[in-house]
Design a protein around this ligand. Structure first.
Ligand code: TMP
Ligand code: ASP
Length: 236
């Protein structure tokens, strides 16, 4: 499959048309942003890590019955995926307190929850991705009630599968953000990416951060953290 015209450029990826109207090619960049794009930088090799890791995880999820946009990896940075209309929701699952949860609710990071939590943000940089609940999402016509129910069930299933998978690699899956899309037939599939950009990964024994928080918080060792996650997943 070959790239045709660029359809879209996001903060971390570009999307290209293909000869098939139902497929697009995603190309992962090394560009990193945080805080609505106000903090900018480069994480060398990140595009390769995120492309390969996301594709690998989506294939694991497909085997467990989670429908995804994944079709075929073309090379280190490019993948053919189903063309979808992105549902403008960031779906966040948390197993352990961290980040905005700790900040918003005044608790320390690292509290292990009895049950995972789910929350939605309205994907809108101008509004700074505000938290919304499922009633707001339906009122705003971002998704139907049925779609929201399906998205919730899929998100928890992703957590069940990936939490165990990462623990087997000595990594705690603290929290993560998912995005979903509608295919041409109106089917809801998991879209976007699952990577150190969109997940918090902590080493099981040391709680060392192995994800984009090292960039967000200027902790250093950013590239090494991405490399370490690559090594845990692919053993190289
Ligand atoms: P938060 O604690 O900052 O709300 O982040 C929750 C999870 O969502 C965390 O794993 C990082 C991920 N995330 C994104 O993928 N994109 C974003 O824009 C933000 C703010 C968080
Ligand atoms: N990529 C996001 C942004 O620039 C933020 C993040 O991942 O923290 O808005």
């Amino acid at each position: 499959m070959e790239k045709r015209e660029q359809l879209y450029e996001g903060k971390a990826k570009r999307v290209y048309a293909t000869k098939d109207e139902n497929s697009v090619i995603v190309s992962y960049k090394d560009d990193a942003t945080a805080f609505d794009g106000t903090k900018k930088g480069t994480i060398v090799g990140k595009g390769v890590v995120n492309n390969k890791m996301s594709n690998f995880l989506m294939q694991i999820l497909e085997k467990q019955g989670v429908k995804t946009h994944y079709i075929e990896e073309l090379n280190d940075r490019e993948t053919v995926v189903k063309k979808v209309e992105i549902v403008p929701l960031e779906v966040i699952i948390r197993n352990i307190s961290a980040g905005s949860f700790a900040r918003n609710y005044g608790v320390e990071e690292g509290i292990v929850f009895d049950k995972p939590t789910i929350e939605f943000s309205y994907k809108n940089d101008d509004l700074h991705d505000p938290l919304i609940n499922s009633y707001h999402a339906i009122a705003l016509k971002l998704a139907t009630k049925e779609e929201i129910e399906q998205i919730k069930a899929m998100a928890f299933k992703v957590n069940d599968v990936l939490k165990d998978y990462f623990l087997g690699l000595g990594v705690k899956l603290v929290d993560f953000k998912l995005e979903f899309g509608r295919t041409a037939d109106g089917e809801i599939v998991l879209a976007d990416e699952i990577s150190p950009d969109t997940c918090r990964f902590w080493d099981k024994d040391t709680n060392e951060k192995l994800d984009k928080d090292r960039f967000r918080r200027d902790m250093g060792g950013v590239e090494d953290a991405y490399k370490e996650m690559m090594k845990r997943v692919f053993g190289e």
